[in-house]
Write a protein that binds this ligand. Structure first.
Ligand SMILES: Nc1ncnc2c1ncn2[C@@H]1O[C@H](COP(=O)(O)OP(=O)(O)O)[C@@H](O)[C@H]1O
Ligand SMILES: [Mg+2]
Length: 470
């Protein structure tokens, strides 16, 4: 079987947008060249210990020495676990795949749990493919296209030269289409990839610079190439194993990459691809680039998912798996066992754990003012103090959400400057979780409970513990 690897240029369609918006101020881990965290850098504030640890992980990923291992980010809500993962992703660079999913996503897709996880794993493994292609590179002397009278079949000739030679090529319909689409004219310097018949316009030949007036100011002039018309060039592109799966899965086709509607991929297809990729690696045609799979809110997974992950980490091609959780000692879903962070012990045993801690007042203040900048709104000094106080007493995320709400309230009075009064109104309009819990406890009988019952008259209280974790 011949394996296709052509790469649709978008490489981050798999990153969940919603995960990123709240972290749009973060552009990296904020480390110096020795991987030491700077107090505030690249949008990152404090949490130095965890950032230093993440820096070591970064180094290991870049060196390819950590594939098949797991990292657990553990800490209370709003302490920057997701932010750290986003910072790591930004620091990795273009060629290392990074995939982010939330634990709960696994259950909401139209795929089985294991298929969804398999796809996430394979999205996180890059294959760097080196290909030699034949290129024709030269200046177009003449293009001649004959339309048949019936308008159907087209034929043509392309005369193209370098400073040393000139050749005439017969044109097939695909070439004619390409030349027409690129609006190639005599005097253009072009390159043609012979395998894919991809035509690229490199510029206008200097010999034609007197056409300048007719071509407009944005025209780029280049030298007519020298030497042979046909050249061998080696090109490198990185695709993920998942992309190769989809392109080669006959029922799906690569359009599925854009719609995300990939369905289940047959295991035979994956087996064949694994064999082929291993062969390429052996022959020096490809390198495997283990990337990062980030599973946020990992406690949402159940025991079947965890044992799948355990096994997948031992696979020949395995990424590094970074997980985040805010659970302490708690039950693993699908079992009756309690364990640290709700993770089964065998997976926990394999993981290195990075803990995050609550921020102090100054750090909260800095983060909130960075968020305000990011949302392009001015916050008065006393308003920022109030916001910080709310942040320390409720949560960073709640305070951060109040920025957008207060901005709306400020805009009502045609101002883009948040004042204390705007924050007070926002605080009264929108409850944080602890006030919401208080409210619920007071008015619980009016709500529908887990069993679908609602009491009309207030009375007996059922006192299930409330889960308040964000
Ligand atoms: N150290 C930090 N520097 C800058 N922003 C941070 C930092 N920690 C958290 N934030 C921001 O605070 C908000 C809550 O953090 P988040 O990463 O979602 O917490 P967690 O995932 O631990 O619940 C997000 O908007 C996040 O970008
Ligand atoms: Mg989070």
């Amino acid at each position: 079987m011949s394996i296709q690897t052509s790469n649709p240029s978008s490489n981050d369609y798999s990153k969940a947008l919603s995960l990123i918006a709240a972290h749009s101020h973060i552009s990296g881990l904020g480390l110096d060249e020795h991987l030491q965290p700077k107090a505030t850098s690249q949008g990152m504030v404090g949490q130095l210990q965890a950032r230093r640890a993440a820096g070591i992980i970064l180094k290991m990923v870049q060196n390819g020495t950590i594939a098949g291992r797991a990292v657990l980010l553990a800490g209370p809500p709003s302490t920057g676990k997701t932010a750290l993962a986003m910072g790591l992703s930004q620091s990795l660079g273009e060629d290392v795949p990074f995939t982010a999913i939330a634990g709960s996503e696994i259950f909401s897709l139209e795929l089985s749990k294991t298929e969804a996880l398999t796809q996430a794993f394979r999205k996180s493994i890059g294959v760097k493919i080196k290909e030699e292609t034949e290129m024709i590179e030269g200046e177009v002397v003449e293009i001649q296209i004959d339309k048949s009278i019936t308008g159907g079949h087209k034929q043509g000739k392309l005369t193209i030269k370098t400073t040393d030679m000139e050749t005439i090529y017969e044109l097939g319909s695909k070439m004619i289409e390409g030349l027409t689409k690129e609006k190639v004219l005599a005097g253009d310097v072009i390159s043609i990839d012979k395998a894919s018949v991809k035509i690229t316009k490199l510029g206008r030949s200097f010999a034609r610079s007197r056409d300048y007036d007719a071509m407009g100011a944005e025209t780029r002039f280049v030298q007519c190439p020298e030497g042979e018309l046909q050249k061998r060039k080696s090109v490198v592109h990185t695709v993920s194993l998942h992309e190769i799966d989809v392109i080669n899965s006959r029922t799906q086709g690569f359009l599925a990459l854009f719609t995300g509607d990939t369905g289940e991929i047959r295991s035979e297809v994956r087996d064949q691809i694994n064999t082929k990729v291993a062969e390429w690696k052996e022959e020096g045609k490809a390198d495997i680039v283990p990337g990062v799979l980030f599973i946020d809110e990992v406690h949402m997974l159940d025991i079947e998912c965890f044992s799948f992950i355990n096994r997948a980490l031992e696979d020949e091609f395995a990424p590094i798996v970074v997980m985040a959780t805010n659970r302490g000692i708690s039950k693993t879903r699908g079992t009756n066992y309690k364990s640290p962070h709700g993770l089964p012990l065998d997976l926990l045993d394999r993981s290195i754990i990075i803990t995050t801690h609550n921020y102090n007042e100054q750090e909260i203040k800095t983060i909130l003012s960075i968020r305000a900048q990011e949302e392009e709104v001015d916050v008065a000094a006393d308003a920022l103090d109030l916001l910080t106080k709310i942040g320390t007493e409720t949560s960073l995320r709640y305070a951060s959400n109040l920025i957008a709400v207060s901005q709306q309230i400020a805009q009502k009075r045609k101002s883009n400057n948040i004042e204390v009064a705007d924050i007070k109104r926002a605080y009264l309009l929108f409850l944080d979780s602890s006030r919401s819990v208080k409210f619920l406890q007071e008015f619980e009988p009016q709500y529908i409970d887990d069993h679908g019952n609602v009491q009309i008259a207030s009375g007996a209280n059922n006192s299930d513990a409330m889960d308040t974790a964000a």
